[in-house]
Design a protein around this ligand. Structure first.
Ligand code: CP
Ligand code: NVA
Length: 301
């Protein structure tokens, strides 16, 4: 039987995603109560990182340890992958020794190729195109603070990047309206936006977009791998900062999210990031609980 993978949110059905989010909140409660729960005893997760990480690494590693299993940190710098061993060969070898593989890399095709040749579940822990694990945490966080996100207005402000593409998938699976406010030339995947045009609107004016929002989300202007474009992007994203003025256009109970790391004073003002309506710390913590639900689902499936 071929394994279940999690390369984008669309690898889950709408119902599976909803169940997984509920399970994430249950696992959070179990963890907070201090109850020992080790469904993945002796199981091993390989974690391949070709880009930096704080939250993703800590949450997967802590999650596996709490579940009674183990996580292996594999940096491409120290493995043969970094010296050109084909992804296909690495996938066959690594997957023959572990129970799941998590990959953070540049090209989305790398995780697709790895998954094709892997005998165990593969998890996308961020590519240039998608960041589905973060969406699990974001959706869990919204649900815990405000209940169902169905029918709500979510506003993405900034770059049409990997996070933004994953928000489009979330809008489709959880049935919310997504308004994307980005500068011209920084739109998300045109194919994805076209496929979900019934619930995705792209605007080039952040204030117009933010009106009546239930959730405002942003991310860095320059993602990992785009460091050389930082200066140009700072100019191009003028007018796309999430600040108190922008938040005042949203509904009074609107939340603010950011996957972190954040640059205070660039894509978000310090005032908004550190405001009580900002749930970024819960969002970061929920990476742990949501991914534990994901690991439980994929490895035991
Ligand atoms: N949000 C997120 O994925 O953070 P890290 O890059 O620290 O893993
Ligand atoms: N869009 C960012 C997200 C980091 C978690 C990046 O790809 O660098």
């Amino acid at each position: 039987m071929s394994p279940r993978h999690f390369l984008t949110l669309k690898d889950l059905s709408s119902n599976e995603l909803k169940q997984l989010l509920l399970r994430a909140s249950e696992l959070k409660k179990i963890h907070r109560e201090g109850t020992l729960f080790q469904p993945l005893k002796n199981r091993v997760l390989a974690m391949i990182f070709e880009k930096s990480s704080t939250r993703t690494r800590v949450s997967f590693e802590a999650g596996m340890a709490q579940f009674g299993g183990h996580a292996l940190f594999l940096s491409s710098r120290d493995t043969q992958l970094g010296r050109g061993e084909p992804v296909e060969d690495s996938a066959r070898v690594i997957s023959s020794m572990v129970d799941a593989v998590m990959i953070r890399t540049f090209d989305h095709k790398t995780v697709e190729t790895f998954a094709k040749y892997s005998s165990v579940p593969v998890i996308n822990a961020l590519t240039d195109d998608y960041h589905p694990c973060q969406l699990l945490a974001d959706m869990q966080t919204y649900q815990e603070h405000r209940g169902s996100i169905e029918g709500k207005k979510v506003v993405w402000v900034g770059d049409g990047n990997n996070m933004c593409n994953s928000y489009i998938n979330a809008a489709a699976l959880l049935d919310f309206q997504l308004v994307i406010a980005c500068p011209k030339g920084y739109e998300p995947s045109p194919e994805l936006a076209a496929e979900h045009q019934d619930r995705v609107t792209i605007l080039h004016d952040a204030h117009q977009a933010a009106t009546g929002a239930d959730l405002i989300v942003t991310d860095v202007f320059a993602s990992m791998g785009q460091e050389d474009e930082q200066e140009q992007r700072l100019q191009d994203f003028d007018g796309f900062q999430v600040n108190a003025d922008l938040m005042s256009k949203a509904n009074p109970d609107a939340l603010f999210m950011h996957c972190l790391p954040a640059h205070r004073g660039e894509e978000v003002s310090a005032e908004v990031l550190d405001h009580p309506d900002s749930v970024v710390w819960d969002e970061a913590e929920n990476r742990l609980h949501a991914q534990k639900a994901l690991l439980e689902f994929l490895i035991r499936h």
